[in-house]
Write a protein that binds this ligand. Structure first.
Ligand code: ADP
Ligand code: ASP
Ligand code: MG
Length: 440
């Protein structure tokens, strides 16, 4: 069985919804994971913000505007009277719920309930649309099986047991539809897998059902060699290893949620990235195999904080690094990059929730400098460090100001830290030196 995930744009217009139907009705049994229609989750986040700021009238207006959008989709997509009535009732109940939230006190749970509505809406009307078209499809509610544990990792045993149970209980179907992104937390409350989390839902499900393949269908023809939002003339990479794809996703390639590759890598399930708007194009196949050498792709991750910790003594004393790491461990704050000199250690974090407490503790035995708004630029490939073309990277350094370099830590990755203001220049420069040069 395959698991196919369709993202926001793929279910974001009538035309695309029809394309998704064509893609999935190939006669093979499958599980289909859907995101919310594009723009919906952002709109729901904004509604939740307005409620938090007690801007009730504005929240109401935004809810009405979103409701109108869904009524239009419904009018165009569903013609069959009894199905239309069902979908109208469902959509109305969702928007009544949202309106009822405007008088509630803001909480994380309320936010989670509000943002979950996008996937609930898209899966409901898509399943009903398939019924209208004579497709034997069943909706499997994600909240009946998808759960994370106290450390926010998927609870694989619970997911496996419950998914199997509800598939067994459901009437046989050719296509099972479920919501991406949403889940229950360890206390049974509505939660989610963070923004962009539907990709992660797909590989979690793929791993527990031992799928032959997971496909992520989106609005571009696979993983490109640089961020197409900032750099022109990027191209899709046909093959990536799990390790390479995991690095790119973790370091900012938006096409994949940062954790997506992990369940697939553990279960050795290939992940194929495909374009809903151009199903014939090859896309990208992510598997255990390494193909080719050298730098294959560049990605960038924003919102990074750099911390320079200088030892109060002249040289880094024995035990200094241990003390530093223990503080980050205590505050459960992951370190992404690290470099050391004789008297200082520089490192980066992307979660600055506990930054002040961390600095207070570090300052007990060192001087600390903090730089916000940094970006990590990550160069990913196979055997990148020893590859003969990698030296070109260093020519770039004359054109951009690099704050830190991490080189040699892994076979797959070289990372640079730059100010976020320099990110786009750095991406373009690296592209020119590494890829344009190679093809010139
Ligand atoms: P979906 O809604 O289908 O999940 P996303 O917007 O999350 O789609 O991801 C697809 C987008 O990711 C592309 O449209 C592209 O702009 C962006 N993107 C960023 N980096 C890359 C990359 N290296 N390769 C391909 N797409 C990328
Ligand atoms: N709808 C969610 C979001 O916009 C999840 C996803 O699209 O993957 O973040
Ligand atoms: Mg996405």
């Amino acid at each position: 069985m395959k698991v196919l995930k369709f993202g926001g744009t793929s279910v974001g217009s009538i035309n695309n919804i029809r394309k998704v139907k064509e893609i999935i009705t190939d006669g093979n049994k499958k599980i289909v994971v859907l995101s919310a229609m594009s723009g919906t989750t952002n709109a729901l986040v904004q509604i939740s913000e307005l409620i938090k700021n007690k801007q009730v009238n504005e929240a109401f207006q935004n809810i009405e505007t979103l409701h109108e959008k869904y009524k239009l989709v419904l009018d165009e997509l569903i013609e069959e009277t009894s199905i239309k009535l069902d979908v109208t009732n469902y959509i109305d109940s969702v928007f009544d719920f949202l309106k009822s939230c405007t008088s509630k006190k803001h909480s994380e749970l309320l936010y989670n309930k509000i943002v979950s509505q996008g996937e609930l809406l898209s899966t409901y009307f898509f399943t009903k649309y398939l019924h209208q078209e004579g497709v034997n499809a069943r909706l499997l509610p994600a909240l009946d099986f998808m759960r994370i544990d106290k450390t926010n990792d998927p609870d694989d045993f619970y997911i496996q047991q419950n998914l199997q149970r509800i598939i067994d209980q459901a009437l046989p179907a050719d296509i099972y539809i479920t919501q991406g992104f949403i889940c229950l937390n360890a206390f049974g409350e509505i939660a989610n897998l963070q923004r962009g989390g539907s990709d992660y839902t797909a590989t979690i499900i793929g791993a527990v059902v031992k799928a032959e393949e997971v496909q992520i269908w989106t609005d571009i023809d696979g993983m490109h060699n640089n961020d197409p939002r900032f750099v022109e003339n990027t191209h899709a990479i046909s093959n990536l290893s799990f390790d390479e794809a995991a690095e790119l996703a973790y370091f900012g390639a938006k096409i994949l949620h940062p954790q997506t590759v992990m369940p697939a890598r553990e279960a050795n399930i290939p992940v194929r990235l495909k374009n809903t708007m151009d199903p014939e194009s090859y896309g990208t196949l992510i598997s255990k195999d390494f193909k080719g050498e050298g730098i294959k792709a560049i990605a960038a991750k924003d919102g990074i904080t750099a911390i320079k910790i200088k030892s109060a003594r002249m040289l880094l004393a024995h035990g200094f690094l241990k003390k530093v790491f223990e503080i980050f461990e205590k505050y459960e704050t992951a370190i992404d990059m690290i470099t050391t000199s004789e008297i200082a250690v520089s490192l980066t974090i992307d979660d600055d929730k506990n930054l002040n407490a961390i600095i207070d503790e570090l300052e007990k035995f060192s001087t600390v400098e903090v730089d916000n708004q940094q970006s990590i630029i990550c160069l990913v490939g196979h055997l990148v460090v020893r590859h003969h073309e990698t030296h070109r990277l260093f020519q770039v350094l004359q054109d951009i100001s690099v704050r830190m370099i991490s080189y040699g830590g892994s076979n797959n990755n070289i990372s640079l830290l730059v100010s976020s203001n320099d990110k786009i220049t750095a991406l373009k420069c690296l592209n020119a030196y590494i890829f344009d040069f190679a093809t010139a």
